[in-house]
Write a new protein. Structure first.
Length: 173
């Protein structure tokens, strides 16, 4: 005889047993549990503090680099002015500052020439010492120079052609 697949709706449900375990009543919190709680609390407090300190340090370094860049611009602008007795102390300061913040240090000869005023930094020049100029024929100064790779290649080609006596066509002319 086959058994029915579903029980008839008039059958009594079987009682269920639920067991509740309350551990806090059965054993006290040990030193390991207290230590874990303390470390979790410290981690919750320490992570934001460490992130804030790290952000502050990064911002301080960025501000320091911006200040160095501004000082180098001031030094270069001082070294573009012709030498006279009035600007000698400023020239010395500018040369020292420029050398201090440069990744490639100036030679002692270059330092001496810049300090004495024998050499100024008015314009950018190519390897042959010729002054570089923009599309309008104006000399490129250290303040106005934004040289991208294509501009550098064009300037180098112009310098090479000037040496050989040929000229390159200018775009838009």
């Amino acid at each position: 005889m086959k058994e029915p697949l579903a029980k008839p709706s008039h059958a009594k449900p079987q009682p269920r047993e639920i067991i509740v375990i309350n551990r806090s009543e059965s054993h006290p919190i040990g030193w390991f549990d207290w230590l874990e709680r303390i470390f979790r609390l410290l981690a919750a407090v320490a992570i934001p503090v460490v992130l804030a300190l790290g952000g502050w340090w990064v911002q301080a370094q960025l501000a320091k680099n911006v200040a160095k860049q501004e000082y180098v611009k001031i030094a270069v602008s001082i070294l573009t002015v012709k030498m006279d007795d009035k600007n000698q102390p400023l020239r010395d300061w500018a040369v020292n500052l420029l050398n201090e913040h440069s990744s490639v240090k100036l030679t002692p000869e270059a330092i001496a020439k810049l300090k004495s005023g024998e050499v100024n930094l008015p314009y950018l020049a190519d390897e042959a010492g010729r002054t570089l100029s923009d599309e309008r024929g104006m000399p490129i100064t250290a303040d106005s120079a934004v040289v991208t790779a294509d501009v550098a290649a064009r300037l180098k080609a112009e310098a090479t052609n000037m040496g050989s006596g040929t000229s390159t066509p200018q775009p838009g002319k």
